[in-house]
Design a protein around this ligand. Sequence first.
Ligand code: NAD
Ligand code: ZN
Ligand code: ZN
Length: 361
Amino acid sequence: MSQEVRGVISRSKGAPVEVTTIVVPDPGPGEAIVRIQSCGVCHTDLHYREGGINDDYPFLLGHEAAGIVEQVGEGVTDVAPGDFVVLNWRAVCGVCRACRRGRPWYCFNTHNATQRMTLTDGTELAPALGIGAFAEKTLVHAGQCTKVDPAARPAAVGLLGCGIMAGLGAAMNTGNVTRGDSVAVIGCGGVGDAAVAGAALAGATTIVAVDTDSRKLDWARTFGATHTVNASETDPVEAIRAATGGFGADVVIDAVGRPETWKQAFYARDLAGTVVLVGVPTPQMQIEVPLLDVFGRGGALKSSWYGDCLPSRDFPMLTELYLQGRLDLDAFVTEEITLDQVENAFDRMHGGDVLRSVVVF
Ligand SMILES: NC(=O)c1ccc[n+]([C@@H]2O[C@H](COP(=O)([O-])OP(=O)(O)OC[C@H]3O[C@@H](n4cnc5c(N)ncnc54)[C@H](O)[C@@H]3O)[C@@H](O)[C@H]2O)c1
Ligand SMILES: [Zn+2]
Ligand SMILES: [Zn+2]
């Protein structure tokens, strides 16, 4: 028997999102229904609304969520009703060529629910990143549910489900930041500030935060930045070199994802340093760099998908650090909002007023 709940959908390109009734089918084999407690508003939800991901409207938005497993389908053994979980969009398959090589964080065939949620007229919904959690309940693959300590605040640990994990992992996993490293982060929204926090957790001694908005730089300091650079006033490459003895940083993370910020990252790193691109570019963007500079400067030019995370390994560990007071996930929650305020939260995101607005049920 299916059930009807309220959810936020994007019906057509660019149109404001709306709260409507959605139909959630009973979980089939390998699936689970999760009662959502919190879901953060991520830039990617706005990309969906604007047609930047694909044209598969209507979308059921929301994907940075925590909640309680309510029902599981046949064959589900890893989670059970009552479990507190953070949802992930990397339910690894175990058998693709990446998984078989022991690199499941690159899994090329991640699982999502097989059945579709629908509108009351039967129209199938496309859930954002295979999740769709701006809804009282959602249907996912059981592998998308990662159990974490239920003592944690849902609005805070739910953010591990996307942007905050992407930033933490860009530093800790992709960038391999370690004790004594110097790190620079360009763009200090939720993702960039998480990269700052990740660099601090990993033991970096110099952490340079770069943004064009001074409010963001104040926030970055609270997450562990030792130096801040306002890129609208100062050349970030010069400033990052100045903060690192004239050499450049060991790891530079681009959390904006534009040609100009990537080039800054490229030239602001020390010889043999690492660039990590975590901001998402648009299809039109191009870069041009002398090949001799690529060779002559050495090191590694990497991209970070979802912080190269493995949810089963990283979510419980980061939740534990949060509960121990060593990772301030609460500081990413700028405001708690209701389901009908998502459209308004997109405006506030654009205005740079928030790190994260989080829908709380
Ligand atoms: N790789 C992944 O898996 C992954 C996951 C989630 C989000 N993302 C992407 O990460 C990026 C950042 O996300 P967010 O939620 O932090 O966004 P955001 O809009 O909150 O933050 C972007 C920040 O960059 C700053 N900025 C803009 N132009 C700049 C410039 N030229 N120089 C310096 N700073 C500049 C802005 O002032 C803002 O503080 C987005 O592109 C998002 O799509 C990637
Ligand atoms: Zn796989
Ligand atoms: Zn996201």
